[in-house]
Design a protein. Structure first.
Length: 277
């Protein structure tokens, strides 16, 4: 079997699940990872004969993809802020919107600052901030031990120092104060489940995705409450938010007497909030 043969087979068996541009992207990712071929040279490698070992790798990936498993989990890694991160089903796959959140924060002077990332997951936010500001003192908190273990691996992989804390923000008590608190908490309501694709619903962790329909802002409200004693004077909060509840969250911020601004994502939706007491 040649590489081109596998591509045709993959397209035939996955075309009912993925669009053509997605299939091309998946094929390129598999080829880069399994054959160590630079993306720019994959087209020239179509006639390469796959040995038995490589055929097994590609076929195994194909079978997993047929179940709607995300390619990032199949490969066990993804790219975020031009860095490699390990991912598995204990953490969300980092999204482009979260890269935007990080880029917003990188406009701040974070050098030497105390930063807390609440609900760190894979560690992508905390690690990206620490990588760009090596003198920042970054703490990453998560309720999931499995997520924290993976985040620790990612910190080591990207050669940054992070203080990891296993805690539930609803029960967490600390005398430490931070210059910045950042969070991309669960914000998808259970009602919105019906709008989501199988690759998210069947594989990504519910704990990191969903909130009850009657409490869509509960994580934000708890973090705002935590910030009253956990944030230094002139400290700031950065949130990624559910666009559906931006107005309700703005009302809560006003009620908490926070000064804030709302930033739109690349699609033009209200997605980020920067706030301070």
């Amino acid at each position: 079997m040649t590489l081109q043969d596998f591509k045709l087979k993959m397209i035939s068996e996955l075309s009912s699940i993925y669009e053509m541009d997605e299939l091309n992207s998946i094929f390129n990712l598999l080829s880069e990872d399994y054959l160590k071929i630079p993306r720019s040279k994959i087209l020239l490698a179509n006639e390469i004969d796959l040995n038995e070992s490589n055929q097994t790798l590609f076929q195994s990936a194909l079978e997993r993809l047929k179940t709607h498993e995300p390619i990032q989990y199949v490969l066990g890694k993804t790219s975020f802020m031009d860095m490699e991160f390990k991912v598995n089903s204990s953490v969300l796959i980092p999204r482009p919107e979260t890269e935007e959140l990080v880029r917003l924060m990188l406009k701040e002077d974070l050098d030497g600052k105390e930063i807390l990332d609440i609900g760190t997951g894979s560690g992508c936010i905390a690690i990206s901030l620490a990588k760009n500001f090596p003198n920042a003192k970054v703490t990453a908190l998560d309720i999931s031990c499995d997520a924290l273990n993976l985040a620790k691996e990612n910190a080591k992989l990207n050669n940054v120092s992070i203080d990891f804390v296993n805690a539930d923000i609803f029960k967490h008590e600390s005398n430490k104060k931070y210059d910045f608190i950042v969070s991309n908490p669960p914000y998808v309501t259970l009602h919105e489940k019906s709008l989501m694709k199988k690759n998210v619903l069947n594989f990504e962790p519910d704990l990191a995705l969903f909130v009850d329909d009657n409490e869509p802002l509960k994580y934000y409200l708890e973090i705002i409450n935590f910030s009253k004693y956990g944030l230094k004077s002139k400290g700031m909060i950065y949130f990624e938010i559910n666009k559906r509840f931006s107005c309700e969250l703005k009302t809560e911020l006003l009620n908490s007497k926070l000064n804030f601004s709302v930033k739109k994502d690349f699609a033009g939706f209200p997605r980020f909030i920067k706030a301070k007491h």
